[in-house]
Design a protein around this ligand. Structure first.
Ligand code: ADP
Ligand code: MG
Length: 199
């Protein structure tokens, strides 16, 4: 079972990965955006890692606090979207659960991903973070490792797509041939989950 400590370690591992990969995320965003995705998420997840520390006592509390930090510290479009993902996932886990199963997390993440799609009006194929998140949530029904592989493949598959949402959509055809930065960071979030699960 996955307890509050597992979720705190997931946020810390994501913060470490984002810190490590910030330059790559910003390079991706410089090709089809405004070159701030790495610095946006580094600021956000640094705040998340500090905030979740040792305090929140349930999985839901960890994710809701983390999501709130992202909403209040990340300046770009990705802050409210990732913030909504984590807050809605936390809400779906329920305040009473001291620990949850992988299957329960997969179900809750589905609610979180649906909320992202609703907030941003995007769907898979629009060249956004959803192209990594949706296949990852599908695969999480099987295993953490399958979710990580699906997110990585989904991020890679954004390269030939034309962006239909967010800043990259202003480029039209010129967005083709570049990986979506938000899909790349979503793959880091899912890889960190698999890492703390020991897969
Ligand atoms: P900004 O575009 O405001 O500079 P970021 O650079 O931090 O914000 O994040 C850009 C990423 O946000 C994109 O690569 C994409 O994955 C994601 N994104 C942008 N708009 C949407 C949307 N409407 N729905 C889902 N994801 C989106
Ligand atoms: Mg940007």
């Amino acid at each position: 079972m996955l307890d509050a400590d597992f979720f705190r370690r997931w946020m810390a591992a994501t913060a470490a990965a984002v810190d490590r990969e910030a330059d790559r995320l910003t390079d991706l965003d410089s090709a089809i955006g405004d070159a701030d995705h790495g610095s946006n998420l580094r600021r956000g997840f640094t705040a998340v890692a500090a905030a979740v520390g040792k305090e929140p006592a349930t999985p839901a509390a960890v994710l809701k606090l983390a999501g709130g930090q992202l909403i209040s510290t990340v300046g770009g479009a990705s802050g409210p979207l990732y913030g909504t993902l984590l807050r809605r996932t936390g809400k779906a886990l329920g305040d009473d659960a001291a620990d949850v199963s992988r299957e329960q997390l997969a179900e809750a993440l589905r609610a979180g991903v649906d909320a992202v799609a609703q907030l941003g009006g995007a769907a898979p194929g629009d060249k956004t973070m959803l192209d990594a998140l949706v296949p990852a949530v599908d695969a999480l029904a099987d295993s953490f490792a399958a979710a990580r592989a699906a997110a990585a493949a989904g991020a890679e598959a954004t390269v030939p797509l034309r962006a239909r949402k967010g800043r990259a959509s202003y480029l039209g055809e010129r967005s083709v041939g570049h990986q979506d930065p938000g899909a790349a960071s979503a793959a880091l979030l899912v890889a960190a989950l698999a890492e703390v699960a020991g897969e």
